[in-house]
Design a protein around this ligand. Structure first.
Ligand code: MN
Length: 408
């Protein structure tokens, strides 16, 4: 598809993508759509009268988050996408007003795209759950008996989810080495990443009304990259019996651009066969997994980055529709702007694992960085960058980057 806007080759933000984000303009967060190295300023477009025919209340773009726009519903998201696609591939009103409505993306400061109400983290990669089971419970079966029957998850903390680029402070807490007699307090020595993706809820439900698996994807607006920073030493000591707490809630980072489900549609793929068969409310038809390439890189302070893992979202054992059907089967309600994370996405071999604790085999096998240093867990000053993109038939739809630097 041809467009009058310049799009560098291999750009994540091709005309097939059109992801939504919030960026700063004149010190106010404004809604935008990324295209190549540019941003279409949706607020400016409204002021210029560009969306007048689209049949929705354009005052939603006065907001400093996308929740109100998302709440307009799937038909509105589609109409705007269609409108922008046409405007970008022909010289119409957007072309005419391009100097006011389009700004450069490369030095734009991005902010949180949505106000996240509730956040849930799943545990849906069978490779990751197996690897972590072996490391945390070496004397028993790595997968607990419920794992192949339930998309296991926990309720996380929305307040500490931050936008890409926000520094992450190394957390302090209690931990207890296996050989120690008593716990001690101090800075985490086993600070890790979790390579995840997350989806943003696009349609709310009422308490008491479960979502059927057939309708589940209608409730998803789009996806972002998610780094669920984890303090393994704090986690190991605290997690029995109620699960993750301070080892997780000190920070998680999201990428700034929400890639819509419509843009991801061409990248559907088959799922892994689930055995034993799941209960009827979790049974699905059609392709519910997505082929999204994932990459994690670490750069030491002042040094060049080393890619430490390459994985893919298609490895998920439990898909998003199953997660949502399960999450709401008891009547739990969800709201526009809620965030549901996948859990760490690990592939089958050591260079596709989604966390350092897996790659280093619990801290025993250091990984080599290009500058000669090694890592088992993160050091202060390390910058972690996660990238994600889909590619098929010459179409590229990417997520950009999810970045965070560790500070003492
Ligand atoms: Mn996680």
């Amino acid at each position: 598809m041809n467009t009058w806007i310049h799009i560098p080759q291999n750009s994540d933000f091709s005309i097939h993508n059109l992801p939504y984000g919030m960026f700063m303009r004149d010190n106010i967060p404004r809604p935008g759509v990324a295209i190549g190295d540019s941003i279409i300023d949706l607020h400016a477009c409204c002021k210029l009268g560009l969306f007048a025919e689209l049949g929705f209340d354009t005052s939603v773009f006065e907001s400093t988050v996308l929740n109100e726009f998302i709440d307009c519903g799937k038909d509105v998201w589609s109409r705007l996408r269609e409108y922008l696609t046409v405007q970008l591939s022909s010289e119409g009103a957007l072309y005419e007003f391009r100097e006011k409505a389009i700004i450069t993306r490369l030095n734009a400061q991005m902010c949180m795209p949505v106000k996240i109400g509730d956040y849930t983290d799943f545990y849906s990669s069978i490779e990751h759950a197996t690897n972590l089971g072996k490391l945390f419970r070496p004397d028993s079966e790595p997968l607990l008996p419920n794992w192949r029957h339930i998309p296991v998850g926990y309720h996380g903390r929305a307040s500490s989810i931050v936008i890409s680029g926000t520094p992450i402070t190394r957390p302090s807490g209690q931990s207890k080495a296996p050989t120690a007699d008593a716990p001690s307090f101090g800075k985490s020595k086993r600070l890790d990443i979790e390579l995840e993706m997350a989806y943003i809820i696009g349609k709310s439900t009422q308490l008491g009304k479960p979502i059927s698996i057939e309708n589940a994807e209608d409730h998803i607006f789009g996806k972002v990259i998610f780094n669920d920073w984890s303090a393994r030493d704090i986690q190991a000591w605290e997690y029995v019996p109620l699960g993750p707490f301070l080892g997780k809630n000190f920070g998680s980072t999201i990428s700034p651009w929400i890639v819509t489900m419509e843009a991801l549609e061409p990248f559907r793929c088959e799922s892994i066969k689930q055995e034993p068969a799941v209960l009827p409310y979790l049974q699905f038809t059609g392709n519910k997994n997505f082929d999204i390439n994932l990459e994690v890189a670490i750069a030491p302070e002042g040094g060049e980055e080393t890619v430490i893992s390459e994985s893919n979202f298609k490895y998920m054992y439990w898909n998003m529709a199953q997660q949502l059907a399960h999450h709401t089967v008891n009547g739990c309600n969800i709201n526009v702007g809620d965030l549901m994370a996948s859990g760490t996405i690990s592939g089958r071999d050591q260079n596709s694992y989604g966390s350092m604790i897996e790659i280093s085999q619990g801290g025993k096998e250091p990984m080599q960085l290009k500058n000669g240093e090694t890592r088992t867990f993160l050091e202060d000053g390390d910058t972690v960058t996660i990238r994600a993109f889909c590619e098929k038939d010459g179409k590229r739809v990417g997520f950009g980057e999810c970045v965070g630097t560790i500070t003492p």
